[in-house]
Write a protein that binds this ligand. Sequence first.
Ligand code: MN
Length: 280
Amino acid sequence: MKKRNLDVAVISDLHLGTYGCHAKEIINYLQSISPRLLVLNGDIIDGWQFSKRYFPPSHLQVIKEIMNLLDNGTRVVYITGNHDEMLRRYSGIQLSNFQLADKLVVEINGKMTWIFHGDVFDNTTKGSAKIIAKLGGFGYDWLILCNRFINWWLKKLGRPKMSFSKKIKNSVKKAVSWIADFEQTAAELAIEKGYDYVICGHIHQPQKKLIETKNGAVTYLNSGDWIENLTSLEFANNEWTIYHYDEKEFAGANVIPMNKKIPALSVVTDEIGLFINSLQ
Ligand SMILES: [Mn+2]
């Protein structure tokens, strides 16, 4: 497959180390592009659900593909998210063309572009905000469908349908307004700081839109996720586009699974273990 030359690619929310991660699709995608700059915009390795028991070879191969890009001269910036916040203490590290950061400002064709994961807008990443964050990722349509299904069952069971459905409806409303609030907050802040573009991840909702306030305008972009949407942001030919993964494009691609066993390590701390396990 011929690699597509890109100026910039932004991917986020891969959640490596969880069952929901679409590692095979990520590998296919990474093998299909040759970006000058690759931004990993947070929640790449999921440290919340990280277990040494679940980090299959395909997830390791995603990291290998990123390293292949590094070898081929792609500049890679890993911006930490909330699920990989354990890496934040190492922010600022730079090894050759790899860099770890909390946020990034990059000038692309004269446009100032502000890139960060976005969990900074959560009041708290625990409790209800976390649940709403997760609901946001599920998607509105799915929840509506789910809501209908539950109502149908409750009716069948002769139970009052209000309690459960109302709860979900409230959550849906909250999730929808939470997404809108998120986008608005990011845009307002970016306008205030005078940026032309703002790029986030975190809410698993791919987006590209112009947001205008009384103080100005900014283009808000979100790279989506690789749990459900399988999307990325690409800058080429002087414009940003949302890339949607299409299985058909990769029908011929065959991911060769790595059969290498990950050797057991007696580690000093989880963080060091995470690094060692991830990078070999
Ligand atoms: Mn996140």
